[in-house]
Design a protein around this ligand. Structure first.
Ligand SMILES: Nc1ncnc2c1ncn2[C@@H]1O[C@H](COP(=O)(O)OP(=O)(O)O)[C@@H](O)[C@H]1O
Ligand SMILES: [Mg+2]
Length: 475
């Protein structure tokens, strides 16, 4: 049934919002798209914002917003309309939703839009990723899978440079497609030349080492790696500065340490500090190899912008991957004036964007990510973050996100917090997220034509690199 009972009626005092009344069994829900036909014959596309559940035989009532007028070609002319009364109301059909994007290029099909009782094509504006985006949902709701869908679409339809911070090796196959994928898509994804950087213990064929260089870190990042404070550790900090002057082009920490051991008392305690922190045992030092920052900021295959997946697992010291991330984001920031459009993708973002960082290196990384959240847009540095809980993300980062993808979420507190942080997402649609099944998502913000309830499409590339199967008896 795509039509509602004949008596469904809408009226609007300002041509922007409308109230409506429909039969109790019309089953209209928040987020549904409707077509309002006014007595003077204008056809308006609207969206239901909320409904008031009827009592007994009462009609169902609710309110919505006017998105725009449907013209004869089916395009949507956005904006407010004259006030109306006694307009007829029916659920929109897929053909009436197709005009929402207008003639704008760069729409990315990410799944099926559920509105009323129909499934329409759900498309995002690829250009809408020039904002920070937040993907949220409880564990198992399908965030990582959906993030993969977004990345695949961005690979296919944009030339964005991407740096993917991948804590669980979920994106190490982003460059290869599953059997049955259309040939043109498979070729385009292969041509993007996704580079996968991993630790020594996890690296497989085709992967490259994930490394960093002490010498090219910022001084603050170096001091944080050494857990050195310029005030509390005055003598050592001073030895550290003279040590920096000696580093020159030397990238072998071992050789530098030998020099420090035979130096002044300050240099000696700096050497002890490095030994005690176990910095020499870090496998992450690049030596002669390219650093992750070199790979991310270098060009991609075929001269286009590069796509780099950094698998952060498999290191002996938890500070190693954090330090690599810090060097990469510092370098992207240092090169910001080049204004190369870049998406920084962080899955499980509560690890890197926590309001409660666990170490000085993590604090420096957080500081830089806050800066990118606040100022990155004007340099083309955009964040795409995924996490289970909005409250675990630093508020100065969360508040800068203009795109929301919300998957199943049970906690009313978290939903309320999202309502505060993402005022553009209708409350009733946010609340519906506790009934979502896996793969269902609310999409709202600059990248969505209107807030949409979507079942995400199937993946083109395999998810995960490290699933271990349960051994079954007799199998
Ligand atoms: N839309 C989907 N279609 C098919 N499988 C899915 C879908 N979403 C998630 N899955 C599978 O369900 C499991 C959990 O999803 P995942 O994306 O890892 O959840 P999350 O990151 O939210 O914890 C994974 O094995 C994933 O492949
Ligand atoms: Mg996940």
């Amino acid at each position: 049934m795509t039509t509602m009972a004949d008596e469904a009626r809408a009226e609007s005092r300002d041509g922007r919002g409308f109230t409506f009344r429909a039969a109790a069994d019309d089953g209209v829900a928040p987020g549904d798209m409707v077509v309002v036909t006014t007595p003077d014959g204008a056809r308006l596309l609207g969206q239901v914002v909320d409904v008031i559940e009827p009592v007994g035989e009462d009609p169902l009532t609710g309110f919505g917003v006017v998105i725009g007028a449907l013209d004869e070609e089916g395009a949507v002319q956005r904006g407010a309309r004259p006030a109306f009364r006694g307009a007829a109301l029916e659920l929109a059909r897929p053909a009436e939703l197709g005009g929402l994007h207008g003639a704008a290029a760069g729409t990315m099909s990410i799944g099926t839009w559920r509105t009323g009782d129909v499934g329409a094509e759900a498309s995002l504006r690829a250009g809408g990723f020039n904002r920070h985006s937040f993907l949220c949902g409880q564990s198992g709701s399908g965030k990582t899978y959906a993030l993969g869908v977004l990345l695949e679409r961005l690979l296919l339809q944009t030339d964005l440079r991407m740096a993917v911070f991948d804590p669980n090796a979920d994106f190490v196959h982003l460059g290869s497609t599953l059997p049955g994928v259309a040939e043109a898509d498979a070729r385009r994804i292969a041509d993007r030349g996704v580079r996968v950087l991993r630790s020594d213990s996890t690296r497989g064929e085709g992967d490259e080492p994930l490394r960093m260089r002490f010498r090219t870190m910022t001084r603050q990042a170096q001091a944080a790696t050494l857990q050195l404070d310029p005030i509390h550790d005055q003598d050592e900090y001073n030895a550290f500065i003279s040590f920096l002057a000696q580093i020159g082009n030397e990238s072998d920490l071992g050789a530098l340490l030998a020099g420090l051991r035979s130096g002044t008392p300050g240099q000696l305690s700096l050497a002890r500090r490095m030994e005690n922190l176990g910095l020499l045992e870090w496998q992450v030092w690049a030596g002669e190899l390219p650093s992750a920052a070199d790979v991310v900021t270098g060009g991609g295959a075929g001269g286009g912008a590069g796509v780099t997946v950094m698998d952060l697992g498999g290191f002996g010291d938890p500070s190693e991957p954090i330090a690599v991330c810090l060097e990469v984001v510092d370098e992207l920031w240092a090169q910001r004036d080049r204004r190369i459009p870049t998406l920084l993708v962080i899955d499980e973002a509560h690890n890197l964007c926590s309001s409660d960082p666990a170490s000085p290196v993590a604090q420096k990384l957080l500081d830089r990510l806050i800066q990118i959240a606040a100022e990155g847009r004007k340099y083309g540095l955009w964040l795409l973050l995924s996490s289970q809980r909005p409250s675990k993300i630093h508020p100065q980062i969360l508040s800068q996100c203009d795109n929301l993808m919300l998957m199943r979420m049970n906690s009313p507190d978290d939903i309320a917090e999202l309502g505060r942080a993402f005022g553009f997402a209708p409350k009733a649609m946010l609340q519906a997220s506790n009934g979502f099944v896996q793969g269902e998502a609310l999409l709202a913000g600059g990248f969505a034509p209107v807030p949409m309830l979507v079942q995400v499409r199937e993946r083109l590339t395999p998810q995960g690199g490290s699933d271990v199967a349960v051994p079954l008896v007799g199998a």
